[in-house]
Design a protein around this ligand. Sequence first.
Ligand SMILES: *[C@@H]1O[C@H](CO)[C@@H](O)[C@H](O)[C@H]1NC(C)=O
Ligand SMILES: *[C@@H]1O[C@H](CO)[C@@H](O)[C@H](O)[C@H]1NC(C)=O
Ligand SMILES: *[C@@H]1O[C@H](CO)[C@@H](O)[C@H](O)[C@H]1NC(C)=O
Ligand SMILES: *[C@@H]1O[C@H](CO)[C@@H](O)[C@H](O)[C@H]1NC(C)=O
Length: 430
Amino acid sequence: MGSPTSLPATALLWLSLWTAWAQALDNGLALTPTMGWLHWERFLCNTNCDSDPHNCISEQLFMQMADLMVSEGWKNVGYQYVCIDDCWLAATRDAQNRLQPDMKRFPSGIKKLADYVHSKGLKLGIYQDVGKKTCAGFPGSFGFYELDAQTFADWGIDLLKFDGCNYGTLNLLAEGYRNMSLALNKTGRSIVYSCEWPFYMKFFKQPNYTEIREYCNHWRNFDDIYDSWNSLKTILDWTAGHQDLIVPAAGPGGWNDPDMLVIGNFGLSWDQQVTQMALWAIMAAPLLMSNDLRTIDPNSKALLQNKEVIAINQDPLGKQGYLERKVEDFELWKRPLSQGALAVAVVNRREIGSSRSFVLLGNDWACKQKCVITRLLPTHKDLGLHNCTSAIKVQVNPTGTVLLKLTASEDTAHHKLFSESDTWHSMDTL
Ligand SMILES: *[C@@H]1O[C@H](CO)[C@@H](O)[C@H](O)[C@H]1NC(C)=O
Ligand SMILES: *[C@@H]1O[C@H](CO)[C@@H](O)[C@H](O)[C@H]1NC(C)=O
Ligand SMILES: *[C@@H]1O[C@H](CO)[C@@H](O)[C@H](O)[C@H]1NC(C)=O
Ligand SMILES: *[C@@H]1O[C@H](CO)[C@@H](O)[C@H](O)[C@H]1NC(C)=O
C-alpha cells in the first residue's frame, strides 16, 4: 500500500475500503466473520467409534453439537455453522467417482445430516482438500473440483473448508483454489468458501491477498492452532508481524483466519482464554469454536457467548484491528468500529509476576471530545465519560487482556473517536 506518509490519510482509508469492498468474492456471504463450531482441534481424526463412540467423528457427534447449539444459546448469539473437518470420508470414491462418507460413522449420509442441521436453523460445513489426498490421507478433490462442488451442493452443504495438503505444484495449488471457487459458484448454491491457500503458498512466495480475496471468504495464513498459550502467542505474533500485508485484505466478504477458538478445552488458563476471545474480536476473525459443547464449563461458555465482545467481532464496518505499539511487555491493539467507535485491547505479555497496571492517555484513543468508555473483558464495567485529558488505568494479569470499547457520548456523537491516521497504516510507528 505505498508509503503512508506520501498520501493523505483519507486517501489511504478510501483505498483500503475500496480494496476491501470492491474485490471480495461475490457470493454475498461472510459479510461479517463466520461463526460456528468446527471439530478439528478438539476431536482430530478420531475414527475409532468402537472404542470411543462418544468422541469419534460420526454423524452423532455433529447432531449432538447442533442440538446443543440451539438448546444452550449458541445459535442465539450468532454461532450458526456446524462444521465437519477431515476424516469424514470413505477410503474411496463411489462407482461414479462421487465422494462418499464413511458409511459406518455416517450411516444416514451427509444429505440427511444437512437436513437435520437445517431443521435446527443451523448450517452445515464440510471439509475437502485441493490435492490428491486430504491431510489425513482420504481422497482429495484434485481432478474432481466440479463434481465435488456439485455433490456438496446436492447434499445441502453451506460451507467448504478447503485444505491444501498434497497439492503438487504451486501453480496447481493456485489453480485448484480458483477452480473450486468457480465450481462452487457454478452450482448456484450459497457456500462459504474457507481456504488455506496463503498458508501453503507463503513458504515459497508472498501470497497475493488481492487475488485470494477475489476467490475466498476467509483464508488461513499460519499454522494450525493447538490447545496451548504457546500456540496462541505464535499466532498473535505472526499476525502482528504481517499486519501491513494482511490487515488491508480483510473486510466484508473476506477475512484473515487465525484458526479455531480453543476456549473451553484443557490448555489455556482463564486469562489466556480472555486473551483469545478479545484478540479474535480485534482481528475480525472467524469465530469457529473447537471444543466439547457437551461438557464446557460455565465460565468459558459465558466468555464465548459474551454479546458485547461478539458485537465487536461482527462490527459491520469490517475493518480488522492491528497492534499499535508494544511497551514494557504490554501490547496495545486497536480496532476501528462503526459509528466512530473504537475497541482497544491491552495484553500483558509478561509471563511472570502479578497483574500490572497500564495507563491509557487521551491521545491513546485520539479522544477529541467526550467519550464513554466501557470495559468488556475480563468483566464488564462502565468506566464513564472521559475526554482528552483523562487517564485510564487498567490492571492486566500476566498473559491476560483488558478489552475496552470507546463510543462517542451523545452530545458529541458526530465526532469520531479515532482520527483517520489512526487506522492500520499508522502502525509503522512500531
Ligand atoms: C456467482 O458469481 C456471480 C458473479 O461473479 C455472482 O453474481 C453470483 O451471485 C455468484 N453465485 C453464487 C451462488 O455464489
Ligand atoms: C482449472 O480449470 C481450467 C479451465 O477449465 C483447466 O484448464 C485447468 O486444468 C484446471 N486446473 C486444475 C488444477 O484443475
Ligand atoms: C494480484 O492479483 C491481482 C488480482 O488478481 C492482480 O491484478 C495483481 O496484478 C496481482 N499482483 C501481483 C503483484 O501479482
Ligand atoms: C475533561 O474532564 C475533566 C475531568 O472530568 C474536566 O475537569 C475537564 O474540564 C475536561 N476537559 C475538557 C476539555 O472537556
